[in-house]
Design a protein. Structure first.
Length: 271
């Protein structure tokens, strides 16, 4: 188990659509540099910093820089179109990524379980031949039981779960439910801590992000439970920092949260 950061650790530095953009958006090389400075050795590039838009030359340069810095790359995307996933299998091979983390839904596509399975069946052999795991992330509308159906129907073809500790709040499920249903298939973990203060009028709660170790997520128990399933997934820090009045303040906050979170997580993940 190794600790890493990703493009969803520095969401405001990368740029959030619909909000003020940084003067200079964080680049792939910049994210590797941040990882090196933090002393973490894994970087996950997700759909907010899409690798398939890089030129072949840029991909090779990214691989060389990662090697120089001693950093392992994980690739990720959203959408399950077969050709799109084949592109990411090839990127995973070139960048020596053991996984392709994928969020099933996109802004213009919310496939049914049958449609997901039909699409994945067209690329399962590509993943198997490349010895790359497709790591499906739990994300809002898909319950743990629905994700288990998908994996069962793709069994034996390098399909697993990227466990995100906060996303399934959107469908009313907690981490315990995810572990109980999906635990044996976890090949990647997103640690995302959060708190739930009661609103001033007392008629509800606000779910908001916080640095790792400062919320309601029991991270030591999570890591212990994940380890019991016999796999050795990398743990990627992700953050949900609400925006500040200026983009510069938002970027400063996420940078501070990242340092606090890495210090906390180092108590449990030495690598």
């Amino acid at each position: 188990m190794r600790l890493g950061i990703g493009s969803y650790t520095f969401v405001w530095s990368v740029g959030v659509p619909g909000y003020p953009q940084p003067r200079e958006s964080l680049t792939t090389e910049g994210l590797l540099a941040k990882a090196a400075k933090l002393g973490v050795r894994v970087v996950q590039f997700a759909d907010n910093l899409p690798l398939h838009r890089l030129t072949s030359h840029d991909v090779d340069a990214l691989a060389r820089l990662a090697e120089e810095l001693g950093i392992s790359i994980e690739v990720g995307t959203s959408g399950i179109g077969p050709e799109h996933l084949r592109t990411y299998v090839k990127l995973a091979e070139r960048l020596q990524s053991p996984i392709v983390r994928v969020v099933i839904d996109t802004a213009d596509s919310e496939p049914t379980i049958d449609e997901v399975v039909e699409s994945l069946h067209q690329v399962l052999l590509d993943f198997s031949r490349s010895n790359v795991h497709l790591a499906i992330e739990n994300h809002d509308r898909f319950t743990a039981a629905m994700l288990a159906q998908i994996i069962e129907r793709c069994r034996g073809h390098n399909v697993g779960i990227c466990l995100d500790t906060a996303n399934s709040i959107g469908c009313g499920e907690d981490v315990s439910t995810l572990l109980r249903t999906l635990g044996p298939w976890i090949v990647n973990v997103h640690v995302k801590d959060y708190c739930a203060p009661r609103l001033p009028h007392k008629k509800g709660f606000l779910i908001e992000g916080c640095p790792a170790g400062q919320g309601i997520l029991d991270i030591p128990q999570l890591l212990n439970d994940v380890g019991r399933f016999g796999r050795d997934p990398n743990v990627i820090l992700e953050l949900w920092p609400a925006p500040e009045p200026t983009i510069e303040q938002s970027m400063a906050k996420e940078n501070e949260w990242t340092h606090e979170s890495v210090r906390y997580l180092r108590q449990f993940i030495a690598n």
